[in-house]
Design a protein around this ligand. Structure first.
Ligand SMILES: [Zn+2]
Length: 570
């Protein structure tokens, strides 16, 4: 990497002054104190900048969509004019805008708009929810839900078609697991999709079968696509509604932006349009499905008319998920000795795509959970970097990412920083998965699992995300998980490897500066410094100092994007 992303440095005055409004010019370098009036001044609470040069200030002034100045209250008060709105934080804490570095905005919206199975506590309860839905549905109508997770269920097993058939003999039922990497279908759904005992496992997928070879109704990874024909593709209007809803939910959580993963290339224009109309008021950084590669080669980086939506990345999948045993491991699962998971890509096809992307300046972000998938992707990235030297690339420093990077061979940990590959990780996954990860992996592999501390110590930055709708998509949960590495009710043990947690200063960067770096936007976003966009997240409590359990009780008070208040709480 040409510039260490680990530390922020005072921006060089020359570079900054050239790039910002004339009004901000006076705030730069050794120029005289600025005289232009601020549009908004925030004061009256702790203000954390995420900038190493001056991590905490008393007040911040905004002019237009940019930060005019940040510093001592006395200095900022001199920028208050007759038209300045002075916002008293009344003790609430202000941070650079929190950005979710891995989420699915369409899925977040759809979770609100379809049958939401989050929080269902057992197979019995799931069956009751479906029975009630069948009651309200037309004969033969598909019942589609999402968000169940069997972790912690008293039955201790996946649901099956035999659970669902008695309450829904005629309506097809398809229920996607919270991680999006498995689903359970009933017999009516399997029949409608033409799946039976003879159907072979597709490449990269598994149809779960019982001891007698009969499908159980569980479909893992690529096998899920066997049921895809049952679902009508959402109309443009439904898509709009999902994106609008998702963005509203996100702004209300305190997110000023997200990295939007696995986007249908056709959705870029929809998101751009919704940003222009103000329906999507936060920042969106799009990573398209691999079908979008040609579009990206032609257009990336593509910025919409508001400047808030940037599309320049491609998302690939190397393997499945740990919970459904689809994550590709170098040795078999400890609790399923005849399986070591699923690899989803073939080398030659992938390498060709990677090299095309590298030449064209397309950022690649690959889902890799298991140690085998991560090792493979580091090898394949390395092969592409070698085959396409910097002189043949549109962007010399490609900042390619591995999404999740959950289970790593210890020897692979330093390779991320050495190759300049960014591990993009989701703290909430660790505190959800540690209830089953020891069983899946055994004690030895846990040393390289969710290894935030080891990666940071090896020189990596870790943009933090939630993977919503897989997880809740709440910045407080993510921040808490990163610094506490405990379950939401405070549980942890030695197998959770508490030594891998991060400091609060690092956690703050995971959701501010490091996502900015991982999206090539660190000159404009990620810290509170003059000249950057005025993106702020305000919480009712100072999450940098309160006891860790109280972090979850902080309320989002205000979300500010480019100097505009897009959400205001009670
Ligand atoms: Zn995801």
């Amino acid at each position: 990497m040409s510039e260490s992303p680990m530390k922020t440095r005072p921006l060089k005055a020359a570079r900054l002054c050239a790039s910002v409004l004339a009004a901000a010019l006076a705030a730069c370098g050794r120029a005289p104190a600025p005289t232009a009036d601020a549009d908004i001044v925030f004061e009256g609470g702790p203000i954390y900048t995420a900038a190493d040069s001056s991590p905490k200030v008393e007040a911040v002034a905004v002019k237009g969509d940019r930060i005019l100045a940040a510093g001592a209250k006395a200095a900022i008060d001199r920028l208050v004019g007759p038209h300045t709105e002075v916002i008293d934080l009344k003790g609430a804490a202000l941070f650079p805008g929190f950005t979710d570095a891995h989420a699915h905005l369409f899925g977040v919206g759809m979770r609100e708009l379809t049958l939401n199975l989050e929080g269902v506590g057992s197979v019995d309860e799931l069956v009751d929810v479906i029975a009630a839905n069948v009651h309200e549905s037309k004969p033969g109508e598909l019942i589609y839900g999402r968000g169940w997770i069997e972790t912690g269920w008293p039955e201790g097993r996946f649901p099956s078609r035999d659970d669902l058939d008695p309450v829904s003999p005629d309506n097809p039922v398809v229920l996607v697991r919270a991680d999006g990497h498995a689903l359970v279908a009933n017999s009516a759904a399997m029949k409608a999709a033409g799946v039976d005992e003879e159907t072979p496992d597709p490449d990269g997928g598994r149809i779960e079968k019982d001891a007698r070879g009969r499908p159980t109704g569980m479909f893992v990874d690529n096998a899920m696509s066997l049921l895809a024909s049952l679902q009508a593709t959402p109309s443009e209007k439904q898509k709009e509604e999902a994106y609008r809803t998702g963005a509203g939910v996100y702004a209300a959580h305190g997110w000023t932006g997200l990295h939007n993963m696995s986007v249908d290339p056709a959705d870029v224009s929809i998101i751009d349009r919704l940003a222009a109309s103000g329906d999507v008021p936060i920042r969106v950084y799009n990573a398209l499905d691999k079908e979008g590669l040609d579009w990206l080669i032609e257009n990336a980086p593509h910025t919409d008319s508001t400047g808030r939506v940037v599309t320049r990345a491609m998302k690939l999948y190397a393997d499945g998920a740990l919970g459904s045993r689809g994550a590709a491991l170098t040795a078999p699962y400890s609790d399923m000795p005849d399986s070591s998971g699923l690899l989803l890509m073939h080398h030659d096809e992938a390498e060709q795509m990677l090299q095309r992307a590298l030449r064209a300046g397309v950022q690649v972000a690959t889902h890799a959970i298991g140690d085998r998938a991560n090792h493979q992707m580091l090898d394949w990235y390395q092969e592409a970097f070698k085959a396409v030297p910097a002189s043949q690339r549109k962007v010399a420093e490609p900042r390619w990412r591995i999404e999740h990077a959950q289970i790593l061979l210890l020897g692979d940990i330093p390779r991320f920083a050495e190759l300049g590959v960014i591990p993009s990780m989701q703290p909430s996954h660790a505190i959800s998965d540690f209830f089953f990860a020891p069983a899946r992996l055994g004690p030895d592999r846990l040393f390289g699992a969710y290894a935030w501390r080891s990666l940071i110590d090896a020189g990596s930055v870790i943009p933090g995300g939630s993977d919503a709708p897989v997880e809740r998509g709440d910045p407080r949960i993510e921040f808490y998980a990163a610094v506490a590495r405990k379950s939401l009710d405070g549980y942890s043990d030695a197998l959770w490897h508490p030594e891998q947690k991060v400091t609060r200063e690092e956690a703050l960067k995971m959701f501010t500066l490091w996502p900015a770096y991982a999206s090539f936007q660190e000159k404009d976003l990620g810290t509170i410094e003059p000249g950057k966009f005025a993106d702020f997240t305000v919480f009712s409590k100072d999450i940098m100092t309160i006891p860790e359990a109280d972090i979850l009780k902080a309320a989002p008070v205000m979300t500010v994007v480019g100097g505009k208040i897009v959400y205001r709480g009670e």
